[in-house]
Design a binder for this molecule. Structure first.
Ligand SMILES: C[S@@+](CC[C@H](N)C(=O)[O-])C[C@H]1O[C@@H](n2cnc3c(N)ncnc32)[C@H](O)[C@@H]1O
Length: 382
């Protein structure tokens, strides 16, 4: 557990790029006594979802236009940020700080020295690849000049028992005189959660080798079936206003927008299986791993997330007839389960299926972020 402050006053937290609130759910799950004093998000649909679940509407607008005076008003102890990842993704142009979508985060870094009371703690989440970018260099440079100590991680839900591969980069920063519990990891990039639980480096090396694919690691994960809705629940997904009855089924694998009214509408059309079967990642209820769901899941089938075989073939995989396996998309609720969102998380009825998948694809794993936040806020032995 994170230690409470002696005065029991909650930490005052600012949440930047709040989306549908994955960071806030992680903070709640971490057990840290904290209050989100404001959240910032440009996308009003995401703000609808956030408000629906937290009864608090984030400040809507471009983070780039915030000033040091604006931020001073909140008198926050910690800033949690999950800035756009497109400038750093391997599939993208990798323009890093040259990409306009990186500007708002660079602006925030610029503002820190101009605030009258800089935050004591910072938490940044991004895609793997961020750690080699010039934005990362800029961030570490700024934090070092301001007397922050950092510990960086690349971690995936697979390392926390969730059968879901979504490795992400995390930077944890504390301003002196605050310090981390495991100080020998200062200024290191770690690929195992060992130090979050006070385990030594040797264990970390083993776990690091185990990441992404080792049998040991996968065996410690729960099976995919634990994350599934029952057929009745899948059937009960709400239909949204203005959604078309049928998805358009383009030959390039792109699909249109809708909200399914029955389980059949999650089934992958045969035309897509014929055309894209070889590129599909297919998993079974007893599988111990599925692929990262991106914001294009359900619109495209290639490289956007796994599909579930609802009929178990005699021989698993592509050797057996895919059409007989009744492939279906995971529902948004199931994707939220893989992100370890709480059961009471829900989308307002008017949010379309495409929007649900897009916002979930942008979000983060509570199973990974909660222990990182607990570690960040925990106080070091003096
Ligand atoms: C990687 S997602 C973070 C998602 C969030 N952590 C969650 O759990 O849903 C980035 C978010 O930043 C928002 N965003 C991007 N640029 C922004 C800007 N300049 N100002 C405010 N929000 C921005 C996007 O709309 C998106 O929701």
């Amino acid at each position: 557990m994170a230690e409470h402050r002696i005065d029991e006053k909650p930490w005052r937290v600012l949440e930047f790029y709040s989306g549908i609130g994955g960071m806030r759910y992680s903070l709640m799950a971490s057990g840290v006594v904290a209050e989100v004093v404001e959240a910032f998000e440009i996308n009003d649909v995401a703000n609808d979802v956030y408000q629906h679940n937290f009864k608090h509407r984030p400040h809507q607008g471009n983070i780039q236009s915030l000033t040091a005076t604006d931020l001073d008003r909140y008198n926050a102890d910690a800033w949690l940020l999950s800035p756009p990842c497109q400038p750093y993704t391997r599939q993208g142009l990798q323009k890093h700080s040259g990409d306009a979508r990186a500007y708002s985060f660079l602006k925030i870094l610029e503002l820190i020295p101009h605030t009258s009371k800089p935050p004591q703690m910072l938490f940044v989440e991004n895609v793997v690849g961020f750690e080699t970018s010039d934005t990362h260099m800029e961030m570490i440079d700024t934090l070092t000049k301001l007397d922050f100590v950092t510990q960086e991680f690349i971690l995936s839900p697979l390392q926390f028992g969730v059968p879901y591969s979504r490795p992400r980069y995390f930077c944890l920063a504390k301003r002196k005189p605050l310090s981390f519990q495991t100080q020998h990891n200062n200024n290191k990039l770690l690929r195992s959660p060992g130090s979050l639980y006070g385990r030594d480096d040797q264990v970390e090396v083993v776990e690091c080798q185990a990441e992404e694919g080792s049998d040991n690691l996968l065996q410690s994960c729960e099976p995919v079936e634990k994350f599934l809705e029952s057929a009745a629940q899948v059937d009960g997904e709400p239909r949204s206003i203005g959604d078309s009855e049928n998805r358009s089924k383009d030959c390039d694998g792109q699909e249109g927008d809708s909200i399914p009214g029955s389980v059949n509408e999650y089934l992958v059309p045969e035309s897509l299986i014929e055309r894209w079967g070889d590129a599909m990642d297919i998993v079974y209820p007893d599988s111990k791993r599925c692929c990262c769901f991106t914001k294009s899941y359900y619109r495209y089938v290639k490289g956007t997330g796994s599909l579930l075989a609802t009929v178990q073939p005699k021989i698993k995989g592509k050797g057996s007839c895919l059409k007989e396996q009744r492939l279906r998309y995971f529902t948004p609720r199931e994707v939220a389960n893989f992100h370890s969102f709480p059961e009471d998380f829900e989308f307002p009825k008017q949010i379309s299926l495409r929007q649900r998948y897009a916002m979930l694809g942008n979000s983060l794993s509570v199973a990974v972020v909660a222990p990182l936040l607990r570690y960040l806020f925990g106080s070091s032995p003096s």
